[in-house]
Each structure stands twice: as C-alpha cells, then as structure tokens.
Design a protein around this ligand. Structure first.
Ligand code: C2E
Ligand code: CA
Length: 543
C-alpha cells in the first residue's frame, strides 16, 4: 500500500516534496526533479529556506506560521537548475508515528508573472505613441505630490493638444491623424527633461508633469520656457499637407491651484480651454472668467433655442447706378432684457464658449434663405455677404458647412460672398483654405483691409474677389486729410485686380471721393444703415 502512495506522490503533476522540519528533502516528485534536471535532491536543503533567496524575515515568518498553525501558503522564490523562479507554495505539516514532516506543493508562477507584467506595461504605456499612459501619469502625479509635500515644493501639470484637435481626424482621416500625433509625440518628447513625464492621454491630447519646482516664480518662468520650446517643436511637425502644427497649452500648479491630482488636471484643462493659441497658466482670475463664460454660454445657447438672434442687412451700392448690388448680413441679438445687442456685445463670447459653430450655421442659412427670397423679385442682386471670424475661417467644419448650406438652400455658390479679415490670413494654412473655398465657387472678400498686418504680395496672390477698405481711412474726411492714404490704398487694390469697396461712407464728401477713386461699390450710413429684413423689403418695394 505504501508503495502505491509513494508512486502516486511521485507521479503528481504538481511538483511536491516531503521534507524534514529543518528543510531537507526526504522525497521529491518526478515533476519537481525536472526543475533540477534530475540532480539528486534527497538530504539537501530546499531553496525555500534559503534566506538570501527569500529574504531573512520571510523565512522566519514562514517557520513561525508553520509552528503556530501547521500550514502556510504564499509566494516564494525557488532555485531551479535554470535559475530562481517565482512559485506559489503550500506547506502542510504531516504527522506520522509522532514524527513531523512538511509537505510542500509548488506551482510555477513565472508565466503568469510575465503576463501580469505585460498587462501592467500595456496599462502604463500608450500604444499609439509609446509615451506614458494616463494611468502612469496619475501614478507619477501622486508620487510627485508626496515628494513635493515633504520638500515643500511645487509641481506643474501642462496639458497640450493641437489647436484644431477636433478637426485633425476630420480633415486628415484616422491613419494620417494617428501618424501626425506620433510625429508630434516624438517632437515633444525630445524637448523634455529626464525627470519630467510626458504622457499621451488619447486623441492627440498630451500631459506634461514637471515636478520639483522651488516656488511660484520658478514655476511661472518654467511654464513660459517649456511651452515656448514645445510650440517651436510642434511648428516643425508635418500634419498632412500642412507644415507645422499649432498647439494649445494650459497649465496648473500644485498646491497653488489644486490640492488633488484630479483637481490639478481639471484646472489645467480649464486653462487649456481658455488658451486658444497662447499658453495659459491657471489663475484665480481665470477661474472667475471661466465661471462667467459658462453663464454666457448657456445664455447664448438659450437665445439660439428661443430664436432671439436676428439678421440685419446693409446694402452695398453700385457707385454708377446707385442701385443695391449686394447685401451684407449683420447679426443682432434681440435680448429680452437688454434690447437689441450689436455683435460687439456677444460675438467674442460666442467664440470663447464654443457656440460660434451653431451661430455661424444659423447666420449662413438664414442669410441664404432671405437673399434668395429678395433675389426672386430683384434678379439684379449679385450676392449675399456673410462675415466669418478668424476662428470660423479656420474651423475644420467650415467647408462641409458651406457645402451643406449651399446644397440645402439652393443658393448658387457664386452668390455667397464670405468676408474674412486680415487676422484670418495670419493662419499658416490660410492660403490653402482660400483656395479650397475658391474652388467651391464662393466669392471671397477681404474685410477691413488696411487695418491689419497682411503682406501686400500675399493678398495680391490670393483668389480674392473683393477688397473692402477699413473705415478708418475714410472716416476722418473732410476733417483730416487722409485722402492720400486712401487713394494710395485704392490704387493698390486696383493694381491687384480686385474689386474695390469703400466702407463707412457717412457724408457727401466721402462719397464723392469714393467715386473719384473708382470704388465700384460703396457701403455706409449715408447710403443705407443696416436694417431689419422687413425694412430692406420696404426699401426695395416702397409702395
Ligand atoms: P464689419 O464686418 O466691419 O461690419 C460692418 C460694421 O460697420 C457693422 O457693425 C456696421 O453697422 C458698421 N457700419 C456700416 N456702415 C457704417 C458707417 O458708415 N459708419 C460706421 N461708423 N459704421 C458703419 P456691426 O453690425 O456692429 O458689426 C460689427 C462687426 O461684427 C462686423 O464688422 C463683423 O466683423 C461682425 N459681425 C457681424 N455679423 C457677423 C456674423 O454674422 N458673423 C461674424 N463672424 N461676424 C459678424
Ligand atoms: Ca463685414
């Protein structure tokens, strides 16, 4: 019978050994012998009791547990002929004829450990960029906060993303957007110090943890230096057809602004959202401003829902015939408490709160609808002018929006004239965008020309249909003598072979001068102020 038990013990697939209480092998199973390449084990001391391998306190703890309870389970190291491996051990006291023996059953954990490690690594490494993941960043933030607490220091978290992050995928497609994000990751990681952590949080958003900052002054200057370096590095990254990426960067400080990791991230996020293309560090003033913005945003959303926005129209008159050539749509807000608000009172807020897409969409559709109505009765009307802010001009959705509006309303492309400003032309991809819009067939006017810094050659080379001179050149006439500047500008525009429009005509002398300068179209309070659609209809049909 005992032979059968010995054979069963020997054949156990789970490596096991019977030992004396001082840890010497009495009998080992076949499967355990394989771990030793069949070397003889009987009477040798098991590596389970090797203090160097297990650590001195571990061996003592196991022995104490065996003495107290007669059993122990846990993880130890086991020395095989190939080296130490992690094992799950179950030790059990076996009593036979008043003698104590210890039965050890072992399970190899090395494969599971490797898999765990791989999983851990996967969780800590962002698969797209091979940078730290959000999980690792959170760990590092907690560690850095603990260190900063001890050393009474500060740390900074900077969030970074391409300025048109949302549009990256829409304009480039998934694969090209991913490779642009990989190139950006490579460019950014080259700029950071060894002790800083750069993580990719997904969708092109990065976070940089800068620990060990002495005081706020050091933090503020580090923020300036780092964001500038990152900006310059991103400027070299090729994203699709365009050279250079623009970044949005926002940072927050611990413990200045936040006392938990989560709060730090939220505040950096708020700074990022208010950053546009200037890096922004979170401040209490920013917090107040953001609260104000949230209120404004919901007021604008509500106004859109309640149809409180209206369009007024200002005619552009033909200087020869005196007839209305085209109309410019100008938005107003019929506010229930504050009365009729001009765009200066709410457009900036709409942009800052992310409501410009919805508002711009409404303006385009409403302007197109109204223009087509007028044009049916007055076929000589050339086009409807709609203003685009710099932000709208470079929005990733612009082309799709225009295409949809034209298709939905039936407005012919050449009857839509988009007015853009010189500020919009400062965007590095402006020329491409102008070409795309021109290819769609819409007309483009450069508004407020002369007020901005655009290069004459750049303007001349673009397929702009019309140039509207900034009001500042005509306004002082006849009280101040700006005729020379005005005629110089007019000659410049005519030399570029673009249609000239003199704007802001308020008196007879100004109108006369505009005509003398060969302005094909004029616009201004003298001729017609911006008016409601009903008032314009009455102008057309005065009966
Ligand atoms: P803008 O494109 O330069 O529009 C012309 C502005 O000049 C209008 O002001 C108009 O009322 C004013 N104006 C016209 N003739 C005269 C004149 O003879 N003398 C003087 N002093 N002013 C004159 P408004 O309506 O307050 O618009 C201000 C700005 O708001 C516009 O400047 C335009 O940039 C922007 N805007 C208006 N509607 C929209 C819109 O739907 N979308 C966007 N993105 N911007 C808009
Ligand atoms: Ca305009």
């Amino acid at each position: 019978m005992s032979d059968v038990f010995a054979a069963a013990f020997d054949a156990s697939p789970l490596p096991q050994a019977l030992m004396t209480p001082d840890g010497r092998y009495l009998q080992v199973s076949r499967s355990l012998l394989l771990w030793h390449n069949d070397a003889p084990l009987v009477d040798t001391l098991s590596s389970l009791w090797n203090e160097k391998l297990q650590g001195p306190s571990m061996v003592k703890m196991v022995r104490d547990a065996m003495a107290r309870k007669g059993s122990w389970s846990g993880e130890l190291q086991y020395q095989t002929h190939k080296g130490p491996i992690p094992v799950q051990v179950h030790l059990q006291v076996v009593v036979k004829d008043k003698d104590n023996y210890w039965l050890a059953s072992l399970q190899d954990l090395s494969l599971r450990k490797q898999a765990d490690l791989r999983l851990q690594k996967m969780a800590y490494v962002d698969p797209l960029t091979q940078l730290a993941s959000a999980g690792l960043l959170a760990d590092r933030c907690s560690q850095a906060i603990a260190r900063a607490k001890r050393a009474q220091q500060l740390l900074m978290l900077i969030l970074i993303q391409p300025l048109d992050q949302a549009g990256l995928r829409a304009t480039l497609g998934t694969d090209a957007a991913d490779s642009a994000i990989q190139s950006l990751a490579l460019a950014l990681v080259k700029q950071i110090r060894h002790e800083d952590t750069l993580a990719h949080l997904g969708q092109g958003r990065f976070a940089l943890l800068v620990p060990d900052l002495k005081d706020k002054n050091q933090a503020v200057s580090a923020f300036g230096l780092i964001t500038e370096k990152l900006r310059a590095a991103a400027g070299q990254v090729q994203a699709g057809p365009s050279n250079g990426m623009e970044l949005q960067q926002g940072g927050a400080l611990w413990p200045e602004d936040a006392n938990t990791v989560q709060r730090l991230q939220q505040q950096a996020e708020q700074a990022l959202l208010s950053a546009s293309n200037h890096p922004q560090l979170f401040t209490p003033a920013l917090q107040k401003q953001l609260e104000k913005r949230r209120t404004e945003a919901s007021a604008i959303e509500q106004a859109l829902d309640c149809d409180e926005f209206v369009l007024h129209y200002q005619p552009l008159l033909n200087t020869e015939s005196g007839e209305t050539d085209s109309l410019e749509a100008l938005i107003r807000w019929q506010h229930p408490d504050r009365g009729l608000l001009l765009p200066g009172a709410f457009l900036e807020q709409a942009e800052a709160t992310g409501n410009m897409q919805a508002l711009g969409n409404w303006v385009l559709r409403e302007a197109a609808r109204q223009f087509l109505h007028w044009q049916q009765q007055h076929p000589h009307l050339q086009c409807i002018h709609v203003n685009l802010s710099a932000q709208q001009f470079r929005a990733h959705y612009l082309l799709a929006l225009i295409r949809d509006v034209l298709a939905d309303t039936g407005l012919p492309a050449e009857q839509l004239c988009l007015e853009i400003t010189e500020k919009a032309l400062q965007w590095p991809q402006a020329a491409d965008r102008i070409d795309e819009l021109h290819l769609m067939g819409v007309r483009l006017a450069l508004d407020d020309y002369g007020a901005g810094p655009s290069a004459i050659q750049q303007v001349a080379a673009m397929p702009l249909y019309q140039i509207k001179l900034d009001r500042q050149f005509i306004q002082p006439i006849p009280h101040a003598r700006t005729e020379k500047q005005l005629s110089g500008l007019a000659a410049l525009v005519q030399g570029m072979d673009k249609q000239l429009v003199v704007c802001g005509v308020e008196n007879a002398r100004q109108l006369e001068l505009a005509q003398q300068l060969g302005s094909q179209l004029v616009q201004g309070f003298l001729l017609a102020e911006p008016q409601s659609a009903e008032a314009i209809s009455a102008l057309f049909d005065p009966t």
